[in-house]
Design a protein around this ligand. Structure first.
Ligand SMILES: *Cc1c(COP(=O)(O)O)cnc(C)c1O
Length: 413
């Protein structure tokens, strides 16, 4: 970080799209959080460090430069317009799963030719929207969908670029709700049904088959599932080549995990090992492009959920820290039993206590952490829930008629 930064902070309301510049300040506490800011912004809010995002994007670009690689950002991880703009400015493509995301990506400045549209249930208006922008690729997940895309493209007098999403039947060894590439998942076309699907697509007049797409899951921290994916892809490419079919694009999806237990020492994911895995194991043909679709690994570590302690209460066996953020702001702990580091960023106490850190929502699952060791915590203290940049704000809801969390940025300019 620069020595005399000018921190420009703006407050952004996701729902009204109102952006308000708060003010500039340079006071940062030892966590890098701006304490002035905490006093001025109503909690809870998402705090995004755009410098971390910037470094992450530079690191990605450094590792892919000189290779026929293209990284697409999966917008569903975080659709905040300021984050999208920063990512688009670094030249990444976009991986989209709804018409709303197509619109957001266009607004943020992503190029339509560098957009992929995935999802098992694309509706007609969403397909038409993609066609009207002539997006780079529809990742097609079934034959019925292929036929609808062909028909709509015909009505519009255009051709649809597509790839087949293949289910490679690989277990990514991650949480059962975020594994997507085993034979029983709803995603993709089973590998044994791929050849007839390809033959079918080649005969449709308004379809331009560009490639094959795979996405095996999320929060993947071991390279073994990716090595298996490369082997599966190599075999498929050989088989199709024997029949004279060569694909322009191979898309290996996303899923690279981040470090939720020690974010301060691992602010950037290990992109080197990740991209090396594909450089080593995937046998790309001449003029073939390798696409990636990363979400969590790009935005996960740049965001924290900042919340204020409302009460500290003691029951017979437990001490509870009750904060003003809840599962409506960050649902990952409740939905996936996910772990996030929790830090009390204002306590100056040396003694530590074990607490359950919980939200105010009327659900027993509204718990951020069980048995979490924190410095002695009091009403009014500020808590940072770290590594919350991915699948945090984008999954927030208004349950219990709560407001959506606001977001605050800092950017060293
Ligand atoms: C969600 C998703 C991604 C991104 O997953 P991450 O784990 O956030 O990298 C990529 N591709 C598709 C098709 C997805 O649905």
């Amino acid at each position: 970080m620069a020595t005399h930064p000018e921190w420009i902070v703006c407050q952004f309301d996701l729902r009204t799209q109102n952006r308000e510049r708060i003010e500039m300040f340079d006071a940062l506490n030892h966590h890098g959080f701006a304490m002035d800011l905490v006093d001025k912004t109503p909690t809870p809010f998402y705090y995004y460090d755009l410098d971390v995002l910037h470094s992450t994007l530079e690191e990605i670009n450094r590792h892919i430069s000189g290779y026929p690689f293209m990284v697409h950002y999966a917008l569903k991880a975080n659709g905040n317009p300021l984050i999208l703009k920063e990512i688009a400015n670094h030249g990444l493509g976009a991986d989209l799963v709804s018409g709303g995301e197509i619109k957001a990506a266009i607004q943020a400045g992503f190029k339509p030719q560098e957009m992929n549209f995935s999802g098992v249930g694309k509706t007609d208006w969403e397909i038409r929207l993609g066609l009207s922008h002539d997006i780079g690729c529809f990742n097609v997940e079934s034959i019925p969908e292929l036929e609808v895309i062909n028909e709509l493209a015909g009505e519009m007098g255009t051709t649809a670029n597509i790839a087949f999403r293949v289910n490679p039947d690989i277990d990514a060894h991650t949480h059962k709700y975020i594994t997507t590439g085993t034979a029983d998942d709803k995603f993709g076309i089973n590998i044994e049904m791929l050849e007839p699907a390809v033959n079918h697509a080649l005969q449709l007049p308004n379809i331009h088959l560009r490639g094959l797409h795979f996405h095996i899951g999320s929060q993947i921290t071991q390279m073994q599932p990716y090595v298996m994916l490369c082997q599966t892809v190599n075999k498929l490419l050989d088989q199709f080549e024997q029949r004279g079919i060569r694909f322009e694009i191979i898309n290996v999806g996303g899923g690279l995990g981040i470090n939720y237990t020690d974010p301060d020492r691992h602010l950037l994911p290990d992109f080197e090992t990740y991209f090396n895995t594909f450089k080593q194991h995937l046998k790309l043909r001449d003029n073939q492009l390798l696409h990636f679709e990363l979400g969590r690994a790009i935005v996960g570590e740049c965001g924290s959920l900042i919340t204020r302690v409302t009460y500290v209460k003691e029951n017979r066996n437990k001490k509870f820290v009750i904060v003003d953020a809840g599962m409506t702001d960050l649902i990952r702990p409740a939905l996936y039993q996910a772990h996030h580091e929790i830090q009390n960023i204002t306590s100056r106490e040396n003694s530590r206590e074990m607490y359950d850190v919980v939200g105010p929502v009327c659900e027993s699952s509204d718990v951020f952490a069980h048995d979490c060791s924190l410095p002695l915590t009091r009403r009014g203290d500020i808590i940072a829930i770290r590594s919350a940049g991915a699948y945090g704000e984008s999954m927030s809801s208004g349950y219990n008629m709560r407001s959506l969390p606001q977001s605050v940025f800092h950017h060293c300019k």
